[in-house]
Design a protein around this ligand. Structure first.
Ligand code: SAM
Length: 288
């Protein structure tokens, strides 16, 4: 029988943490806090300042259900329905990858160039495989003069990206485009950014359960060697790049040499290489 959850905020948090701890989850403290705060509408400060504050019974039932989903392996942000990325709250849907902190490296890698380009008059950004819109919307938040097109082959992902753009106040500067990479793209861009699927097909089964079972396969599977999307991007980007524009790609931390070779063979020069917060190779920026 499930434990009865207390109705006072402090004890409720402790009980939630104990349940997740007992299920041997990686971050029981953080997950318990996120779940309790989200469904009770309370803040960390309230939990500290007023731990005996009573939580509504309906919220307790929702917290109970969320804890059950979490202990059966569903990622905490799928349960909440959103994830923070570059300071923006992005809604998720079954068709979108959960944006990861590592991808903020891609935003940081092109930001100085995007800002400088915007100062000169215009900055058009193409975000290939936009998912929730994470990369495009983060860049729009940091470069107020920029406009962005988010491309995805998934209709569901594009609907989520458009909703995120609308809710964050970027709708007038963000366009969602359904396209198989460049197939329907037109015009020229100062920045072409992509975090494409890069897992080799045969490795998908060996991914962590939370990734394999909850992130869409379309967002993960990069083909036989995981490099298929890079070959397409390297072969076609030049036709959509402004003179002196930049192409920036995220990749798996063991793929730096292969990605470099693919872009070098297509005539690009390396303009920058960036590691993620864990010190792994993560992003390369190219110019023609
Ligand atoms: C790794 S996810 C990245 C999502 C988002 N940019 C992020 O960083 O959180 C890759 C994205 O590429 C999209 N995608 C896969 N194949 C595609 C294709 N052929 N053309 C356009 N987008 C594609 C997927 O739907 C998914 O949204």
């Amino acid at each position: 029988m499930a434990d009865h959850l207390p109705e006072a905020l402090g004890p409720l948090l402790r009980a939630a943490r104990a349940r997740l701890d007992a299920a041997a989850l990686d971050s029981p403290n953080l997950d318990a806090r996120l779940i309790v705060e989200h469904f009770s509408g309370t803040t960390r400060t309230q939990a500290i300042a007023d731990p005996m504050r009573t939580v509504d019974p309906r919220a307790i039932a929702e917290i109970d259900a969320a804890l059950k989903r979490r202990t059966s392996g569903e990622p905490v942000h799928r349960i909440l329905g959103y994830r923070e990325f570059y300071g923006l709250r992005l809604s998720l849907s079954p068709e979108t990858l959960e944006p990861r902190p590592d991808t903020e490296t891609l935003v940081e890698a092109v930001l100085p160039f995007a800002k400088a380009t915007a100062r000169e008059g215009a900055c058009r950004i193409l975000d290939l495989g936009t998912g929730t819109g994470a990369v495009a919307l983060a860049l729009l938040s940091a470069v107020p003069e920029a406009i962005a097109t988010g491309v995805d082959v998934s209709e569901g992902a594009l609907a989520t990206a458009s909703r995120n753009a609308e809710r964050l106040g970027f709708a007038s500067r963000f366009k969602a485009l359904r396209s198989d990479w460049f197939a329907k793209v037109s015009g020229r861009y100062h920045v072409i950014a992509a975090n494409p699927p890069y897992i080799p097909s045969e490795d998908i089964e060996n991914l962590q359960d939370e990734v394999r079972d909850f992130d869409p396969r379309l967002a993960l599977d990069g083909g036989v060697d995981g490099l298929g999307p890079y070959r397409i991007i390297a072969a076609e980007a030049a036709g959509f790049l402004e003179a002196e524009g930049r192409v920036a790609v995220e990749f798996g931390h063991t793929q730096r040499n292969e990605v470099t070779e693919i872009f070098s063979a297509a005539g690009y020069r390396l303009a920058g290489a960036f590691c993620d917060l864990g010190g792994n190779d993560r992003v390369l920026v190219f110019e023609l």
